[in-house]
Design a protein around this ligand. Structure first.
Ligand code: KE4
Length: 425
């Protein structure tokens, strides 16, 4: 028995599915997850010594790659001073200033410890600010596991084909209205029917939890106009897209300014950090200045702040541009391989996020994504893994890039995925 198998046997005694987050269990691709031992740059090694080029990168945070020197050095310095205080530190101020310098529309923010906390708090704040209870989200979008979001959600919920999760009271779920991504008319129709009830539209500006789905030109601007017209807030959930689809996130890439933004992943550099923020007049409603309560023992944790700050400081426009070029090269290379092998295939990227579907036509919505050939994805995933390329273990996730992936890694990846596509049949 491999060490991975032995450790997973013990893990299954302790954790549901042997994992601490469902999508790690490989249920979307069948088979058993490997147990990772360590990571360095673009690569990870499992406990049996097998090496993989990693395109999941902890589901997005590791934009500099694994064990990036600037992050390790910053952590080493910070931990010498202590690991947590529950008292204001300058580190959180410096990370907040770094975020606002890249996203000026995030005038004021609050750090929390997970993307779910960020989106949950942003929706509570939107409901308080507008005095309304309903929210609009999009089919296949995933905003974390807070009750209101587990309605036609993406990511692990889509991967596992779960219904709209048991345990969410119908009274609450009924306040979450859904529309297909890229369908502004459907959103207009919802507002026409329920205008006075809707507190906010929350959207992944580039969907990364139903596979990668790009917004049609004008779609995000249409959401901006609809929200403004009806007195609702527009929330960009940039937990995944933030500092990945552009140095200033989706707001910069698509020149659309949301009222509130949620962030995570990259701003923690691999440690638990997330944030919600936006217009000052809205954020000033948050306790202790305002009545909207939200709190967190480890919010603004100095080690996490240090890792996030080191990551943003190293993520210069030049580093971002080089990563985007590698992402484009990988996606174009995959298109050429699929075309040569006559495999129905569509792929896209936005900055340093990328994705593909085994389907000929482009994917504009979750409904489109669900028509892709998931069985072929499953075979391809395992053929790639066998050849040392670790892709997200689900057809309903995105791929990522890091500054540690250079041309040699991309060329090696394309060689390996060419062979994997042949083997996948
Ligand atoms: P967390 O609570 O997992 O930190 O963040 C929730 C979240 C919110 N918004 C977006 C756009 C997200 O992508 C996420 C989390 N992303 C998934 C990957 N698709 C995390 C991986 C996992 O669930 O283990």
């Amino acid at each position: 028995m491999s060490r991975s198998a032995e450790i997973m046997r013990r893990a299954r005694e302790l954790f549901p599915g042997g994992v601490n987050s469902p999508v790690r269990a490989f249920r979307g691709v069948e088979g058993e997850p490997f147990v990772v031992a360590r990571g360095q740059g673009a690569r990870i090694w499992d406990v049996d010594g097998k090496e993989y080029i990693d395109y999941v990168l902890s589901w997005g945070p590791l934009v500099l790659g694994h064990a990036a020197p600037p992050v390790l050095e910053a952590l080493g310095r910070a931990m010498q001073e202590g690991t947590s205080f529950g008292i204001p530190t300058e580190l959180e101020v410096r990370l907040g200033e770094a975020v606002r310098a890249r996203m000026p529309h995030v005038e004021m923010m609050r750090f929390v410890s997970s993307g779910t906390e960020a989106t949950m708090s942003a929706v509570r704040l939107a409901r308080a600010f507008t005095g309304r209870d309903a929210i609009v989200k999009f089919d296949g979008c995933y905003h974390g596991h807070a009750d209101s979001f587990l309605v036609r959600a993406g990511s692990g919920v889509a991967t596992l084909g779960l219904p709209n999760s048991p345990g969410v009271p119908e009274a609450l779920a009924s306040l979450t209205l859904t529309a297909p991504f890229n369908d502004a008319d459907a959103v207009r129709a919802i507002f026409t029917a329920r205008r006075e009830e809707i507190a906010a539209i929350i959207v992944e500006p580039v969907v990364g939890n139903a596979g990668l789905i790009l917004p049609d030109p004008g779609f995000l601007a249409a959401l901006r106009a609809i929200a403004s017209e009806h007195g609702a807030l527009l929330i960009f959930d940039e937990v995944m897209t933030g500092f990945r689809v552009a140095p200033g996130g989706a707001a910069e890439r698509y020149a659309v300014t949301p009222d509130l933004t949620t962030l995570g992943k990259v701003i923690g550099g691999g440690l638990p950090v997330a944030a919600y923020g936006g217009r000052r007049e809205i954020m000033e409603r948050v306790a202790p200045d305002g009545p909207v309560y939200q709190a967190g023992t480890l919010s603004g944790n100095p080690l996490a702040m240090a890792a996030g700050l080191a990551t943003l400081d190293a993520l210069t426009p030049a580093v971002h541009a080089a990563m985007e070029a590698c992402t484009a090269r990988l996606v174009q290379g995959l298109r050429e391989i699929a075309q040569r092998r006559r495999v129905p295939f569509t792929a896209a990227h936005a900055g340093t996020m990328w994705g593909f579907f085994f389907r000929d036509e482009p994917v504009r919505s979750y409904a489109d994504a669900k028509t892709a050939d998931v069985a072929r994805f499953r075979r391809f995933f395992h053929a790639a893994l066998l050849r040392g390329v670790y892709l997200a273990p689900s057809a309903f996730e995105a791929g990522f890039m890091s500054a540690a992936h250079r041309e040699p890694e991309i060329d090696l990846t394309l060689d390996r995925l060419d062979a994997a596509l042949a083997a996948a049949g």
